[in-house]
Design a protein around this ligand. Structure first.
Ligand SMILES: [Zn+2]
Length: 270
């Protein structure tokens, strides 16, 4: 069975909608991922998870969105960032188009972790209020929280960016794009106030949000762009993580199907 919308013909979409109305929208980023991972890592993560979950659950996947909110990563070449307002509007137009055609249960699958979450949750909240559709935002880091804690071996600060988990995951589904000979550990000094600013979401600690400018980010992550410890990454960890997250996504799709939806707005975005 085909799962990607862009590979289908319109009559196939029409026929599929007679039976099911769930669609996954993968969203990622194009941004530096250290010297060992490709720029498209976040998008590839969302694509791989969406494809496997959709195959298992019999759902469809919309064309992926390869851009996210990445201003701090502009410190390294190749990064493309779009403004959060652009991302909100883009997601809303894509989802409104899908809702118009009868996809009434939508799962936005974010591979870019916390940076995309604010714009995506704003878009999802507006869409639910305005259309009545079921619109959920799932991020592997959060929908895979328990398996992430189980799998990780790194010290506090070992997860951040291009880290142990993210590298393990990419090694699992497209390992040929990684160069592990270039993977370097980079964990900032653990000082008196450090825990407030750890970027590691799987560590129990009190924290505050303080964004980094591109210059500060470069200083904190030089010379590779990594935050965390990718040297502990393995394909096996990535496989365990991937399977558990796919399982949770399938459960989320079932939940969406079991949820009553009453559509109130199906305008064409103009
Ligand atoms: Zn990433």
């Amino acid at each position: 069975m085909k799962v990607w919308l862009q590979e289908m013909r319109w009559e196939e979409v029409r026929d599929h909608l007679q039976k099911d109305d769930v669609v996954i929208i993968p969203v990622g980023s194009t941004e530096q991922h250290g010297t060992h991972l490709p720029l498209g890592t976040d998008s590839m993560v969302a694509i791989a998870l969406a494809e496997d979950a959709a195959k298992e659950a019999g759902a469809l996947v919309a064309p992926p969105i390869w851009f996210g909110w990445s201003p701090h990563h502009m410190a390294y070449p190749g990064t493309i960032t779009i403004r959060p307002e652009t991302l909100i509007e883009l997601i809303m137009d894509v989802c409104r188009s899908l809702i118009y055609h009868g996809f009434h249960r939508l799962i936005i699958l974010n591979g870019h972790r916390v940076a995309n979450m604010a714009p995506l949750t704003i878009a999802a909240t507006r869409l639910r209020e305005q259309t009545g559709a079921y619109v959920a935002v799932a991020d592997p880091f959060f929908i895979g929280d328990r398996i992430g804690r189980e799998v990780r071996e790194s010290e506090p600060g070992g997860l951040g960016h291009a880290d142990e988990l993210e590298t393990s995951h990419l090694l699992y589904f497209t390992g040929e794009l990684a160069d592990m000979s270039k993977a370097r550990k980079r964990i900032g000094a653990v000082g008196r106030f450090c825990y407030f600013h750890l970027h590691d979401p799987l560590i129990e600690a009190d924290s505050v949000f303080l964004s980094s400018t591109a210059e500060e980010f470069k200083r904190k992550t030089a010379p590779t762009g990594v935050s965390g410890d990718p040297t502990l990454a393995t394909r096996e960890k990535g496989e365990r993580y991937h399977r558990a997250v796919v399982e949770n996504l399938v459960a989320l799709i079932e939940e969406a199907r079991a949820t009553n939806v009453s559509i109130k707005g199906t305008e064409i975005p103009v």
